[in-house]
Design a protein around this ligand. Structure first.
Ligand code: FE2
Ligand code: FE2
Length: 185
């Protein structure tokens, strides 16, 4: 299970790099495909906020319930997930306006985008460097089995619409963009 979360992180990292590239373009007043930006943010909202983070929350809840947590980590993870969800929705709102051709000051938008990218990186690094190592240190194979069963029971389903077996129609353009930037690097 932790492997699939780490895979998600690698995928999210790819998207953040595309966002960084877009940010550069906006800052240098070059043309940007806002639809693609919107696809990324929609994916982060539909997959990360709805499946990836709840899964992490569930594992973390289990950890806090059955193990002595030696530091004050508990709470922080969920707070960050809530904050990220709000930031994602705010960014989605701004993008919607842009796509509707409403006048949106681009310096304001790029500041927002930059703050968003930074918050996502910080969260990702916090999990990779602090949370996941703690989980791996303390949880046993039996724990992971129980967690997995709990997830299937409570929620289940998490087919990734972009990086999963089948790319959903709405993400075809974005998948192509990611493929291109991977073959370029
Ligand atoms: Fe997370
Ligand atoms: Fe995560």
């Amino acid at each position: 299970m932790i492997k699939s979360l780490q895979q998600d992180h690698q995928n999210i990292a790819k998207l953040l790099k595309v966002l960084e590239h877009k940010l550069e373009l906006i800052r240098s007043e070059k043309a940007v495909k806002y639809k693609l930006l919107d696809d990324i943010v929609t994916y982060l909202h539909d997959y990360a906020d709805k499946f990836h983070h709840p899964k992490e929350d569930m594992i973390y809840d289990y950890y806090v319930k059955y193990r002595v947590v030696e530091d004050d980590l508990s709470g922080k993870l969920k707070v960050q997930h809530e904050e990220l969800k709000e930031l994602t929705e705010e960014l989605q709102g701004a993008l919607e306006l842009i796509l509707l051709d409403a006048v949106v000051p681009l310096d304001q938008f790029s500041d927002r985008l930059e703050a968003y990218i930074q918050a996502q990186w910080e969260h990702l690094n916090y999990e990779e460097e602090v949370v996941f190592p703690a989980l791996l240190r303390h949880l046993t194979a039996d724990d992971w089995r129980a967690i997995e069963q709990g997830w299937e029971h409570g929620r289940g389903g998490d087919e990734d619409p972009l990086f999963g077996h089948q790319v959903k129609e709405q993400y075809h353009a974005l998948a192509e963009r990611i493929r291109l930037s991977e073959s370029a690097s």
